[in-house]
Write a protein that binds this ligand. Structure first.
Ligand SMILES: NC(=O)c1ccc[n+]([C@@H]2O[C@H](COP(=O)([O-])OP(=O)(O)OC[C@H]3O[C@@H](n4cnc5c(N)ncnc54)[C@H](OP(=O)(O)O)[C@@H]3O)[C@@H](O)[C@H]2O)c1
Length: 281
């Protein structure tokens, strides 16, 4: 069992969406929250909200696409807050364009935030966990880490990397007989705004999840040391579907509407990174 009470919990991407909601639940259960995000205003709003209910909250603005920034903020975090008990790698970005419509920068940013940042944060906080032989590393990946789809080539590839990161790290820790745990989370679309406009063709099998439901499942999974959280459960059938010949697999994805789910994607109006890029033009 992993408890939030009296544990120091670092959540990345805590300025909005799942990160803010997870922080709310963990703070309500007595966790000491350390929140990172690139969005300073959103981070301050999360801090104000959690602080108002008496929670212990520290916030750090950090651009997770920047390895040097992660190292610097991690050093400050360790100095200010001590070792991290639960690391929730949650921050993520999506471009939602076809491979040829994306810019090189879009692709690099997707991999930097969704995949490489996992390495840099975990390498910063794992040593203290190993020293104490306890800790929990949570990777918020995606169903897109189990199945690829159109207009998400970089996103799916980065989330497949996130799933591989978790599995390899889990086995590496097992090999070292460590008690440090890992959990990987693979949700279908969630109505946080990140994927505004996406569609599901079979909502009874593949519903667009509410952030509240997703966060309840994630927090419950962390508490109970579940190593893999897939939601909705239908998505787990992907593992069986992989046994099909490729043309049949592709036909099933087409029939379920997965390949067309991004056709009307709009996404968030503008992320902090987009706003910065627009103002520097
Ligand atoms: N929503 C879904 O349908 C869905 C489904 C499956 C998995 N997921 C995954 O769940 C996680 C949370 O998603 P969400 O829906 O809660 O999205 P969200 O509401 O957009 O939250 C993501 C947070 O990460 C921040 N962020 C983005 N780039 C960053 C960077 N370079 N450095 C630091 N922080 C950065 C964002 O700030 P800005 O807004 O300023 O960019 C935002 O506050 C992501 O990893 C996502 O891939 C989401």
């Amino acid at each position: 069992m992993t408890t939030f009470r009296d544990h120091t919990i670092l959540v990345t991407g805590a300025a909005s969406g799942l990160g803010r909601l997870m922080s709310r639940t963990m703070a309500a259960e007595g966790g000491r929250l350390v929140l990172w995000d690139v969005d300073a205003a959103g981070l301050q709003a999360t801090r104000t909200e959690l602080g108002a209910s008496g929670a212990s909250v520290a916030t750090y603005v950090c651009d997770l696409s920047d390895r040097a920034a992660i190292a610097a903020v991690a050093a400050r975090t360790l100095a200010d807050c001590g070792p991290i008990d639960i690391l929730v790698n949650n921050a993520g970005v999506v471009s939602g364009k076809t491979l040829l419509d994306e810019s090189d920068r879009d692709i690099e940013r997707t991999f930097a935030v969704n995949a490489l940042a996992l390495f840099w944060t975990t390498r910063a906080f794992l040593p203290a966990m190993l020293e104490r032989d306890r800790g929990h590393i949570v990777t918020i990946a995606s169903a897109a880490g189990l199945v690829g789809t159109s207009k998400l080539v970089d996103y799916c590839a980065s989330k497949h990397a996130a799933v591989g990161f978790d599995e390899s790290l889990r086995l590496e820790l097992r090999r070292a007989r460590s008690h440090v745990l890992t959990t990987v989370v693979c949700p279908f679309y969630i109505s946080t705004g990140m994927f505004e406009g996406v569609r599901t063709r079979v909502p009874w099998l593949l519903p667009i999840l509410t952030p509240e439901y997703a966060v309840a499942r994630i927090c419950n999974g962390i508490r109970n040391d579940h190593r893999r959280i897939i939601m909705p459960r239908f998505v787990a059938l992907t593992y069986l579907a992989r046994l099909m010949p490729v043309p049949l697999f592709d036909g099933v994805m087409e029939f379920l509407g997965v390949t067309r789910s991004m056709d009307e994607f709009r996404g968030r109006a503008l992320s902090t990174t987009d706003r910065r890029a627009a103002s520097s033009r």
